[in-house]
Design a protein. Structure first.
Length: 112
């Protein structure tokens, strides 16, 4: 039986992958792992400063993903882009879709 937490295929893909200046890595955890997407960006709450942000996503069991990691990885990147777009989109100096204003930082909802 294949080890459900063996992420060699994903790690090999990440080693070949480039997206912006973002850093991608797999962090092993007890009973699974996490994808970590690290990026440096302007702090929207303090625009004079840069900040380092880590987005983390739980990894599905590896046997279920054989040959499908590329699509899954790209979709996680799109979730981070959605989150960052919600932070960058301003109307009258406010974030109408502040991703921190509700329980899901990757869902687009009007703040307030």
């Amino acid at each position: 039986m294949a080890d459900p937490w063996n992420y060699a295929e994903l790690e090999e893909l990440i080693a070949r992958c480039e997206y912006r200046e973002w850093k991608l890595r797999v962090e092993p955890r007890l009973h699974g792992g996490m994808l970590v997407i690290r990026l440096k960006d302007t702090d929207n709450y303090n625009p004079e400063q840069q900040t380092i942000v880590h987005h983390t996503f739980p990894l599905p069991p590896a046997p279920n993903m054989k040959g499908r990691w590329q699509r899954w990885l790209f979709e996680q990147i799109l979730l981070v882009e959605r989150h960052e777009a919600c932070e960058q989109f301003m109307v009258d100096g406010k974030m109408p879709f502040d991703p921190h204003a509700h329980d899901s930082p990757y869902t687009i909802r009007e703040a307030g």
